[in-house]
Design a protein. Structure first.
Length: 265
C-alpha cells in the first residue's frame, strides 16, 4: 500500500503537511530519514510549513542536517504568528464527557510493526536507535526541546501531543467522530503535533494551555507557540480568552515567527 493510501485507510482523509524548519528545529531534507507516512507528507504537495527565524536565542533542539523547507510552489509565505493567533476562534471550553480512552493511541497505520509513538522516536532521533523485534528501540539519542536536555534512553522520553488530548476535547474534539479523534491522536503527517520530549516537563505540562504552562527553556517559546497555533488551526480547534491572550503575548516576542497550515479534512 502506498503511504498516502495507508494514511487514508487508517484515518480517512487527513490532509498531509510538510516538515517544519527553523533555527530552533534543524531538520533533515524532505524524506531524508522519514518514515513512509511522514515521507508521504513531505512529498504529497504539502502546504503546512512553519518557519521560525531569529525569534529567540538558539534553541537546544537540533537534528543532524541543515533544514530544507518543503512547500508547494503555490504555497503562501505564511502568516506572522500574531496574525495566526488572531485566526483562532475564541470559545468557552468544556471538559464534559472527556475520557482519554476516546482517543485511540499509538496505532500502526501502515502495519510496519512500529506504532505512532515509535515512529516519532525514530524520526526525531539525532542518533539512530537500535530497532529490535516488535520495533523495540534501544540506544540512540534525542534532544528534548522543551528543556534542552539530551536523552539517551527512549524509555525516558514521552511523546507529547503539543495540544493535549484533553485540551483538544475542550476545544472542539468532543464533537468529532471516533475516527477523527484517532487521526488527531496519531497525526504523523503534521510532525509537530507530536514531539519527543523528556518526561519531566511533559508531565508538568499535563493538559495545560499556554496561559498555564510554557516550556522551561525560554528559547523554546517561539517554536512552542507556533506549534500550538498551527495544530489548533490545522484541526479547527478553538481557544479560550486567556489562552489567546497568552499566545498574543508570546507572539509579540516572536516577530519573525511565521505559520502556514493545511487543514485536516
Amino acid at each position: 500500500m502506498r503511504p498516502q493510501e495507508a494514511v487514508r485507510a487508517a484515518f480517512g482523509a487527513v490532509s498531509p503537511v510538510g516538515r517544519f524548519a527553523s533555527p530552533d528545529v534543524v531538520s533533515p531534507g524532505p524524506g531524508a530519514n522519514l518514515h513512509p507516512l511522514r515521507r508521504a507528507a513531505a512529498f504529497a504537495c504539502p502546504v503546512l510549513l512553519l518557519s521560525v527565524a531569529a525569534c529567540s536565542p538558539d534553541s537546544s533542539r537540533t537534528d543532524p542536517k541543515p533544514p530544507k523547507k518543503v512547500s508547494a510552489p503555490s504555497a503562501p509565505g505564511g502568516l506572522a504568528l500574531a496574525k495566526a493567533v488572531d485566526q483562532l476562534k475564541v470559545s468557552r471550553e468544556s471538559r464534559a464527557g472527556y475520557d482519554r480512552d476516546k482517543f485511540k493511541l499509538w496505532v500502526d497505520a501502515d502495519h510496519d510493526g512500529c506504532d505512532a509513538r515509535q515512529e516519532v522516536l525514530l524520526v526525531e532521533a539525532v542518533k539512530k536507535p537500535r530497532q529490535g523485534k516488535g520495533c523495540k528501540l534501544s540506544g540512540g539519542q534525542w534532544k528534548s526541546y522543551y528543556d534542552g536536555k539530551t536523552v539517551n534512553d527512549p524509555s525516558k522520553l514521552d511523546i507529547d501531543h503539543v495540544v493535549p488530548l484533553a485540551e483538544a476535547w475542550d476545544s472542539g474534539a468532543s464533537k468529532w467522530s471516533a475516527k477523527r479523534r484517532e487521526a488527531y491522536a496519531n497525526d504523523l503527517t503534521a510532525e509537530r503535533g507530536l514531539v519527543a520530549v523528556s518526561s519531566g516537563p511533559n508531565r508538568a505540562k499535563g493538559d495545560k494551555d499556554p496561559a498555564e504552562w510554557l516550556p522551561p527553556a525560554k528559547a523554546a517559546y517561539c517554536t512552542y507557540a507556533a506549534d500550538w497555533v498551527s495544530t489548533k488551526l490545522r484541526w479547527s480547534l478553538t481557544a479560550d480568552t486567556a489562552e489567546r491572550a497568552a499566545l498574543r503575548k508570546l507572539a509579540a516576542g516572536c516577530p519573525k515567527t511565521t505559520v502556514t497550515f493545511t487543514p485536516a479534512l
